[in-house]
Design a protein around this ligand. Structure first.
Ligand SMILES: [Zn+2]
Length: 193
C-alpha cells in the first residue's frame, strides 16, 4: 500500500493540469470490464482523465435490466448513455478471468455466496469453454458477447442503437501479452484490433 500512497501524494502536485476538469465531463466511451487488477483501461487505451466512463464489476457482468431493485450497474449505464451521451460502449473481457473460470470449472462458491449469486446473473446454466484452458479464452469470448446482448436489453441502449447514435464493441484483452482483440460479426471471431 505504501508505494501507492507515496505516488498519490506526488500526483496532486500539478493542479493546473487538472483544473479544466472542474468544468465537467464529456467522455465519448463507456468502458465495461472486470474488476481484475490486471486490466487497466487507461493503460490499455491511453485514455486521459475525462475520456473513459467506466463500469467495473466482478467478471465484467452486465446484469439483466429491470430486476426491480436498484442497480448501480444499471444506473451507471443509463447515466453514460442518456446524460453523457457516450457514442461507443466497449465490453472488454480478459484472459485468465477468475469469474469466468469459476463458471467454466463449476467451482464451489458456497463460501462466497455474494460472488456465487452475482455470477449466476452471467451464466445461470454455466459457461461454455474448456476447463483445461487456464486463459478460458473461448468462455470469455462467449461471455463478452452475452454481456453485449444484455446491454441491448437496456431501453436507453436499444433506443440509441436504433437512432444510430451508439455503437457496441466486444473486446478481449490478454493479460499475459497486452494484446487486444475485437469481435468481428462478419467472421464471428475475435481478431486483432
Ligand atoms: Zn475477470
Amino acid at each position: 500500500m505504501q508505494p501507492l500512497i507515496d505516488h498519490a501524494r506526488r500526483f496532486g502536485q500539478r493542479p493546473e493540469e487538472f483544473a479544466p476538469h472542474a468544468a465537467g465531463q464529456s467522455p465519448a466511451v463507456l468502458f465495461v470490464t472486470c474488476s481484475d487488477s490486471r486490466v487497466v483501461p487507461a493503460l490499455i487505451t491511453g485514455a486521459r482523465p475525462g475520456q473513459l466512463f467506466e463500469l467495473r464489476t466482478a467478471g465484467g457482468i452486465v446484469p439483466p435490466y429491470g430486476t426491480g431493485s436498484p442497480s448501480g450497474e444499471a444506473a451507471t449505464i443509463e447515466y453514460a448513455v442518456e446524460v453523457l451521451g457516450v457514442e461507443d460502449v466497449v465490453v472488454c473481457g480478459h484472459s485468465h478471468c477468475g469469474a469466468v473460470g469459476a463458471l467454466v470449472r463449476g467451482e464451489d462458491l458456497s463460501a462466497v455466496p455474494a460472488v456465487r449469486d452475482w455470477l449466476a446473473h452471467a451464466a445461470p446454466d454455466g459457461a461454455p469453454g474448456s476447463p483445461d484452458d487456464p486463459a478460458v479464452t473461448d468462455a470469455v469470448h462467449g461471455h463478452v458477447l452475452a454481456q453485449l446482448l444484455r446491454l441491448r436489453s437496456y431501453p436507453c441502449v436499444e433506443r440509441r442503437l436504433a437512432d444510430g447514435l451508439l455503437r457496441l464493441h466486444g473486446w478481449y484483452y490478454e493479460v499475459h501479452t497486452g494484446a487486444v482483440l475485437e469481435y468481428r460479426s462478419g467472421s464471428d471471431t475475435f481478431e486483432a484490433l
